[in-house]
Design a protein around this ligand. Structure first.
Ligand code: PMP
Length: 462
């Protein structure tokens, strides 16, 4: 038994060494990784829990990358993948070839999506979905004899992926600092200024809002506005009341596509099937990925309004866009099973119910810890901010990396969360557990954050 453990331990060590030597990790500090090795190496998971090769157990408080909606170790999803892989693991969707899971999933997505979003273009993930949305929007305007409508407006603090177009729409500075290359014609509007989006050009913050950019650039040069219904990586920012409706009206007024980036919000995360359903807004294009398969397979889907579809299907040449894995049968079979389970187990309603408990827990933390300022959650997409002085909203010295220090405290207590906001000098902690989480498990998470806040306030003397 001991010998077996030693073997396992030395095996785990060997894997760590190989990791340092051969694996360049995404969104990781390379020097730190090479010097210290992986933070941990995941081995398996169950529900909201994940285990590592050292046999430690952690609560996954952020659903890995906001995507493991049905939690870890969901056997029905594994069985769906196994069954499809054993039958037809992969087939091409180019040149008119088709496969049944891709078709059935397209029908299902059209049924779930709001309004007339009836048509689906498949990708392998979120960035590809957003790039696809930009290209299809521009192509639509070409077909409508308005080829000059190419510009894209995104919001400040947005995250839309890391492909060159996705990164260009992303506003977070780290992604631009990494690589200067961006596509031309992408503008970033001040987020969440409702009054001026409604047409109040005398509003003090009019300059730099979406309407201002549209008026300066000319609506006839703008293809689309892209918005996350709730901004995720930018800091879990909710739009204020009426904002989404105001942007929809503005896009109608100026004949511009509204693209909803539902890559985090989609498939129940906000307590509705899609984020936009919280405001009854129907975008022209909706980009999805992540929760579509609960992360069990790589898939993205771009949903298009009937009007866009009607225009595209008149085209008599090759629609020269597509990925090897567009319409991947195994990924689509996993997505179908994922959506079936979500419906069968009433996951969206459950998420809305759990929102109450998460908000209660965050309220308790705010009450108890002077460090905790703003708290928020829509469904199970939540977060809170910490301050040196929360009443006066005085930020911590950025050298303290307070949000990262807090998530480290949580990590040592076996809870994985994510710090955000460092690029703009803020300390925001995101919480987005798997949607299958129970009330007791939320309380357990809150208990760990409570202890971690106490430990950090001692260390920082606040
Ligand atoms: N949009 C949003 C809102 C996202 O959160 C992400 C990923 N975190 C993406 C796009 C990019 O998705 P992917 O990493 O699958 O390319």
């Amino acid at each position: 038994m001991t010998e077996h453990l030693i073997d396992n331990k030395s095996h785990a060590k060997q894997v760590e060494e190989l990791d340092k030597k051969h694996y360049l990790h995404p969104t990781t500090i390379p020097k730190k990784h090479v010097d210290h090795g992986p933070k941990l190496t995941f081995s398996n998971g169950h529900g909201i829990y994940v285990h590592d090769t050292k046999k430690e157990t952690y609560i996954d408080g952020i659903s890995m990358l906001w995507n493991v909606h049905l939690g870890h170790g969901q056997k029905e999803l594994a069985d769906a993948a196994h069954q499809q892989m054993s039958t037809l693991a992969y087939s091409s969707s180019f040149a008119g070839y088709s496969n049944e899971p891709a078709v059935l999933l397209a029908e299902k997505l059209a049924a779930l999506a709001p309004g007339d979003l009836n048509s689906v273009f498949y990708t392998s993930g979120g960035s590809e979905s957003n790039d696809t949305a930009f290209k299809l929007s521009r192509f639509y305007w070409q077909l409508k004899n308005q080829p000059q409508k190419t510009k894209i407006i995104a919001l400040e603090q947005s995250y839309h992926g890391v492909t060159i177009a996705g990164q260009s729409a992303t506003h977070l500075s780290a992604f631009h600092n990494f690589s200067g290359s961006s596509i031309n014609g992408v503008f970033h509007a001040k987020p969440h200024v409702t009054e001026c989006e409604k047409g109040n050009t005398s509003h003090p913050e009019y300059e730099g809002c979406i309407r201002d950019i549209v008026e300066k650039e000319g609506a006839d040069t703008i293809a689309a506005v892209i918005i996350e219904p709730v901004q995720g990586s930018g800091g879990v920012h909710m739009p204020p009341a009426d904002y989404m409706e105001a942007v929809r009206d503005l896009c109608n007024e100026f004949n511009i596509h509204m693209i909803a980036d539902e890559i985090i919000c989609g498939f129940g995360r906000t307590g509705k099937m899609f984020g936009v359903d919280n405001w009854n807004v129907v975008p022209d294009i909706m980009c999805t990925a992540k929760g579509i398969t609960s992360g069990y397979s790589q898939l993205g889907a771009v949903l298009l309004h009937q009007d866009i579809r009607d225009t595209l299907v008149q085209y008599e040449e090759v629609l020269a866009h597509g990925f090897t894995y567009s319409g991947h049968p195994t990924a689509c079979a996993v997505a179908l099973k994922n959506l079936e389970i979500m419906e069968r187990d009433h996951i969206v309603d459950h998420t809305k119910t759990m929102e109450k408990h998460l908000l209660q827990g965050l309220g308790y933390l705010k009450e108890k810890h002077s460090m905790v300022g703003k708290t928020r959650a829509l469904g199970l997409l939540g977060g809170f901010e910490i301050f040196a002085d929360s009443e006066k909203e005085i930020e911590f010295d950025s050298a303290l990396s307070a949000a990262a220090a807090l998530t480290e405290e949580c990590f040592t207590r076996k809870l994985i969360l994510r710090p955000l906001g460092a690029g703009v000098g803020k300390n925001i902690i995101a919480i987005a557990p798997p949607l299958i989480i129970s009330k007791d498990e939320i309380e357990k998470m809150i208990g760990i954050i409570d202890d971690s806040l106490s430990a950090l306030s001692k260390k920082l003397n606040v």
